[in-house]
Design a protein around this ligand. Sequence first.
Ligand code: PEP
Length: 249
Amino acid sequence: MALRKLVAGNWKMHGVSADLAEIAAIADASRRYLGVDVALCVPAILIERAARAAPGFAIGGQDVHHAERGAHTGCTSSQMLLDAGARLTIVGHSERRDAQRESDSDVKAKSTAALSCGLAVILCVGERLEVREQGAAVPTVLAQLDGALPERSASGAELAIAYEPVWAIGTGKIPTTAEIAEMHAAIRAKLVERYGDGGAGIRILYGGSVKGSNAAEIFAVDNVDGALVGGASLKASDFIPIVEAAAGV
Ligand code: PEP
């Protein structure tokens, strides 16, 4: 079953007021591709201004705390993201798993809380290079999903999985299309095992060095339902060609 593709940008720790015009330009250009869902996940402090600069366009956060409120200095709750104008959030990005030592159970708590609050979730998984070289990429990613998938059942509109091999993020290296196909098929089987027929409707994004020049080849792989894009999402001139590829233009 071909799912409507989702192309989401992850601005990481990039973006100040001067970049709002770029967000508006991406939103405007994206409207031409009605068959593709497009979103930008920006720094939390920019969400409200980004949502105002791009009315009707999906703005998201890059992380969320699992608690509703409380003594969590520097953290952002799901309700705060929603209140600022976010519709979705990334959870479990490998940069947070590394730098903030986030575990699969942390990611599960975050994804469960965000969905319960009405935010859509992009849940990231992916193996390190040494794990791939040992031939353990698929079981490692499936174990991440076992530990991190939300407790509640989720529909395709609410939850997407981003397969992001850690060694492909920001490096210009990407897995072969056969490696992507093998991993996405394994993730699809896990989602169906977990959520029944609903698992067939959950989008599986590929992430890691996606560019306009390689996007069409990646989107042609079975079970690739979109992309999570870092560096190439910062400029409309780099990002929109990826959206075009998702639209089959
Ligand atoms: C990411 O950080 O999620 C990512 C995929 O980055 P890049 O596209 O720059 O590899």
